[in-house]
Design a protein. Structure first.
Lengths: 174, 76
């Protein structure tokens, strides 16, 4: 049974060289000799997880369940890949939303605590309790803006040929 | 997932999520924009081929780790 748990990349090559197709002929017309030859090279290759139909049929002749197994593994591999992409995407979204909810909850909690402090007569402490998480959020905002921009442009830089010194900004005309 | 899948934008994270509390102007939503459709096509094609290059390189590295004698033969 062919190993299907990893990507198959198989190449089959058939080379046929027929220098003598019975065509080599020579004739003499007066003093001139003419020689005719024919060469044929045939290369057959494929790449991918699924073999071509004729090869699949040959496999089925040897092992009848082979097509079912090969197609089943192909389907599972596709499902797995799509699941990984979905998990990455939703993981990113979950982290983003959880950051918003947790940051918001901390701000609200500190705000309420500050309100209680002010109400109980500790005005300076209360204001500090309200303002400090906001300062943290502003820091988060500035850092995230810088980091996101850096990450975004670094991807453009990676697309450049190794010899190019142009940054993402320059290539986009900014 | 290759980083070239999301070549047009930075991936979200927790700090970015917290920062969005103050992002009333939606300034954190930004994309790598191209000046022309042709440039956009070229960028997308380059990203695709770069992802292919990364895959090939990963496969090559894994194979060389399994067969270190091939790496020596190449350098020698």
């Amino acid at each position: 049974m062919p190993g299907q748990d990893k990507q198959r990349n198989r190449q089959t090559a058939q080379q046929k060289a027929a220098l003598s197709q019975g065509e080599a002929a020579s004739s003499v017309t007066g003093e001139r000799a003419v020689s005719v030859g024919a060469a044929q090279v045939s290369v057959y290759a494929y790449s991918g997880p699924l073999p071509p139909a004729d090869e699949l049929a040959r496999m089925a002749a040897v092992y009848p369940k082979a097509p079912e197994i090969i197609f089943g593994q192909f389907e599972k591999q596709g499902d797995h890949r799509r699941w990984m992409e979905k998990a990455t995407f939703w993981g990113d979204q979950l982290r983003s939303w959880s950051g918003m909810l947790i940051g918001g909850a901390i701000c609200l909690a500190f705000g309420y605590w500050g309100y209680l402090l002010i109400k109980s007569g500790h005005r300076a402490d209360g204001l500090a309790a309200i303002i400090s998480p906001l300062v943290g959020l502003v820091g988060c905002f500035l850092y995230a803006q810088h980091q996101q921009r850096k990450e975004r442009l670094s991807r453009l830089d990676k697309l450049a040929p190794p010899t190019s010194a142009a940054s993402g900004d320059k290539r986009l005309g900014r | 997932m290759s980083e070239f899948t999301s070549v047009l934008f930075a991936r979200p994270n927790m700090i970015e999520g917290a920062a969005r509390i103050l992002d009333f102007g939606n300034t954190l939503t930004e994309y790598n924009r191209a000046l022309t459709p042709e440039q956009a096509d070229a960028m997308a094609t380059a990203a695709d081929w770069r992802a292919v290059y990364d895959d090939l390189r990963a496969a090559y590295t894994a194979y060389i780790e399994e067969h270190p004698e091939l790496a020596n033969a190449r350098s020698g």
